[in-house]
Design a protein around this ligand. Structure first.
Ligand SMILES: [Fe+2]
Length: 202
């Protein structure tokens, strides 16, 4: 990580923690509410390649598959062909950059029926200020007829979920909608994460 990125990350962390109290509580499981919005953060990069294998074949870490649906605000109707940009750390908690071939970054198109799927490795935790952030995967979801959404998903059982998250409530790791469980299916760890978009104002 470069010195400028470290400084930006420090100020970003302070900003998110201070602003965390302004964010609402996460929805209770089972409620139909739009996915909550996150700040883009210092690690987003535009222009990552289109690919559903976010981790290359030599990337160390536990292989996982994330799948789900992009849905409109009724939580039932699919949103066709939304663009999903994905970025995450490696298993060691480090982000990588454009110069490294957009390692652990990519973008995919959800299908006409709203379904999407990608394979990757489980990211690691990383230090922020005096604590740690839980493992997470960032996603930016765009579609011309919907408000853009930036979100991040977490993993059930992570000891650094809120209230231990160094980001406080600002990164919403207290939101049960974002905390997924990984189950083994046909020998592969898989998790489901549905994304609820809000129609754009006309
Ligand atoms: Fe992050």
């Amino acid at each position: 990580m470069t010195a400028s990125v470290k400084i930006f990350t420090l100020f970003f962390g302070i900003f998110v923690i201070l602003s965390g109290t302004a964010f609402p509580e996460g929805p209770a499981t089972g409620q139909c509410l739009p996915s909550q919005y996150d700040l883009e953060g210092p690690y987003y990069l535009s222009g990552a390649p289109l690919r559903s294998d976010i981790a290359g074949p030599d990337e160390p870490g536990q292989r996982i598959i994330i799948k789900g649906k992009v849905l409109t605000s009724d939580c039932r109707t699919p949103v066709s062909e939304a663009l999903i940009e994905i970025w995450q750390t490696g298993a060691d908690g480090e982000y990588h950059y454009r110069e490294e071939g957009f390692r652990l970054r990519g973008q995919i198109n959800a299908g006409i029926d709203g379904h999407y799927s990608f394979s990757t490795i489980k990211p690691g935790r990383y230090g922020l200020l005096r604590g740690f952030r839980p493992a997470h995967i960032h996603m930016k979801v765009t579609h011309p007829e919907y408000e853009p959404l930036i979100t991040q998903l977490y993993f059930k059982g992570d000891p650094y979920l809120w209230p231990q998250d160094a980001c406080g409530r600002g990164c919403k790791s207290n939101d049960p909608h974002r905390i997924i469980e990984l189950d083994e299916k046909k020998g592969v760890l898989q998790g489901t994460f549905n994304i609820i978009l809000t129609p754009a104002k006309k």
